[in-house]
Design a protein. Structure first.
Length: 199
């Protein structure tokens, strides 16, 4: 597997800087299982978990390119809202990589912006925090934005937390869906790109 040693090096550097496995996974656009394998296994002897490495540098270094991505997101959101015959009140960006997209999407759609920070432990049950500097989700229809969906745990936690706070998640959107699913706990999921492992 080309590049494994370089991924091990990057993962170890992030670990030495004090990042947790989930934070390293976010930085490397890998699943937590893959990061755990990179950090703890003898990579020359054991087979890695099935995963797809997503590289964002070409897009992420320029705001204009992120803007182009957000335009694609907005177009898909408008299409989905028309199908559902509904509207949206608030765009929720999941920290850290969902925030730039969510910010631009909320501007393009003319709706509020909320920022969500997932908690490291107990992700499936929620427990994250909404920033008080941004919009509330109480009584609002929300769309949740993130960069990559791997296992879906982060998105499940976000959905749970939005519902707990009185919001109604109506759609989840990601740049890349590595899982292949069409919904997360019953909430429709759309992606710009869906990956599929063959073989």
């Amino acid at each position: 597997m080309k590049g494994i040693e370089s991924l091990v090096k990057e993962a170890m550097e992030y670990k030495e800087k004090g990042l947790k496995e989930k934070e390293i996974a976010t930085e490397l656009s890998l699943s937590v299982d893959t990061v755990r394998w990179l950090l703890t296994r003898n990579v020359s002897e054991e087979k890695p978990p099935t995963d797809v490495k997503i590289g964002w540098r070409s897009v992420g270094v320029y705001g204009g390119r992120i803007g182009l991505f957000s335009t694609l997101f907005s177009d898909i959101i408008v299409e989905e809202l028309e199908k559902m015959n509904t509207d949206v009140d608030t765009i929720v960006g999941i920290a850290i990589n969902g925030i730039p997209l969510a910010t631009l999407i909320s501007e393009q759609l003319g709706v509020e912006l909320a920022i969500y920070r997932p908690r490291e432990k107990d992700r499936r049950g929620g427990g994250g925090a909404l920033s008080s500097n941004y919009a509330s989700v109480s009584g609002k229809k929300v769309i949740i934005i993130d960069d990559v969906l791997s296992t879906g745990e982060t998105m499940q936690g976000a959905i749970s937390d939005m519902e707990e706070r009185g919001g109604e998640p109506i759609l989840c959107m990601v740049s890349v869906n590595k899982d292949g699913r069409d919904d997360v706990v019953g909430v429709p999921l759309r992606a710009l790109i869906r990956t599929q492992v063959i073989g």
